[in-house]
Design a protein around this ligand. Structure first.
Ligand code: AMP
Ligand code: MG
Length: 360
């Protein structure tokens, strides 16, 4: 039985104009495959795709014959999150905080405040490898925009000096303050994950039991397959422009979130520059990894951790996951070796001989 409680969802009925997380060119590459649905043919899934929300392609697939209104409520929820949290929308809460950096505190909604708390926690846990104040670097490099270029070293140094989650104050009554002028928040490394948790909540509250939700390669699944088997999610080969998957994760419920250098990048003088920055260097992270996938019940956490682990590299990333209950990971190194956390070993399967599975 489906029920819709639109009043629960902020902006649920608001008509949205099509706006993008980034107003510029973006490159989005599917980072997963649903593998082997043979045996599921009796249940006809229904999918809806939208291109543009959160600057990506979102495909929601429900296996419960949901009415259109359920899909509508799910997309509306994602749109509301974008409205509040996109750094590229001038009237978002995040833009208001950025405009007031160094000047005054800005009051934000409960959910933006809670997500900032989660982001700051992951920043602290990862020793700043994940840092929600990375915006000056994102803006300077312009990756995913027509202005993408390698900045001058002094420009990079100046942007780096503006980054620091410790200078983000989350105060009384949802007040958010960035200590210095020209600092800025960018939740691009965690907001899609949060949207995944939220859109799943909307679906569940409407009675959906089996779903695969793809927010630009951030996957959230629930309920297992209708035939009682786990979902099998293929992890995309982490090469620019490559097709196919190198391994499969099986799970009934939870999030599968990947960060990779192949997702959004530009090439200058034969060198590839991708979109995940090491706040320590001010350059795209170069930690010896092609991609990291996090598997976690919580999609928000999975998203933050995937970015953090990509910056930290294999050893420090594994160490970070070892300190967080329920967070598992698959690391692909530059030389195509695949490492999996012990807790995921019996749910991960290699499928591509071009990659070497490393037993821990
Ligand atoms: P993801 O694909 O989840 O790893 O997120 C990448 C996005 O997060 C980028 O496009 C930036 O908006 C933002 N970002 C880049 N580097 C970092 C970082 N070190 N910490 C937090 N967010 C970052
Ligand atoms: Mg992330």
């Amino acid at each position: 039985m489906y029920k819709l409680q639109c009043t629960n969802y902020k902006l649920c009925s608001r008509r949205r104009v099509s706006r993008k997380w980034s107003p510029y060119l973006y490159i989005v590459i599917c980072t997963f495959y649903i593998v082997s649905l043979a045996g599921c043919a009796s249940t006809q899934p229904e999918s809806r795709t939208r291109d543009g929300l959160l600057g990506t392609v979102i495909t929601l697939t429900l296996y419960d014959h949901a009415p259109d209104a359920v899909f509508g409520a799910m997309f509306d929820r994602i749109g509301a999150i974008e409205d509040e949290m996109s750094v590229n929308l001038a009237d978002s809460e995040i833009s208001a905080v950025n405009a007031a950096a160094g000047l005054k505190s800005v009051t934000v909604s409960d959910e933006t405040f809670a997500l900032l708390r989660a982001a700051r926690d992951i920043a602290a846990l990862s020793d700043g490898a994940f840092d929600p104040t990375v915006e000056p670097l994102v803006k300077l490099w312009g990756i995913g925009t027509p202005d993408a270029h390698v900045p001058l070293p002094e420009e990079i140094a100046a942007a780096r000096a503006l980054i620091g989650y410790r200078d983000l104050t989350l105060g009384e009554d949802n007040g958010v303050f960035l200590a210095r002028e020209n600092m800025g928040l960018d939740l691009g490394g965690i907001a899609k994950g949060y949207a995944g948790d939220e859109v799943l909540r909307v679906a569940r509250e409407a009675g959906v039991q089996h779903a695969v939700l793809d927010l630009g390669g951030n996957i959230v699944v629930c309920g297992g397959r209708p035939d009682g088997k786990p979902w099998r999610i293929g992890l995309k080969n982490p090469e620019p422009g490559a097709d196919g998957y190198f391994g499969v994760v099986s799970l009934f419920d939870g999030a599968v979130v990947t960060s990779g250098g192949y997702e959004r990048y530009f090439i200058e003088d034969g060198v590839t520059y991708h979109h995940i920055f090491d706040p320590q260097t001010g350059y795209p992270a170069d930690s010896g990894l092609k991609a990291v996938t996090i598997v976690d019940d919580n999609s928000t956490q999975a998203d933050g951790l995937s970015t953090a682990c990509f910056v930290l590299g294999l050893t420090r990333g594994m160490d970070l996951l070892g300190r967080i209950d329920g967070a598992e990971g698959v690391f692909v190194t530059d030389d195509n070796k695949v490492y999996v956390t012990p807790g995921l070993a019996d749910r991960f399967e290699m499928t591509d001989g071009a990659y070497e599975f490393m037993q821990n």
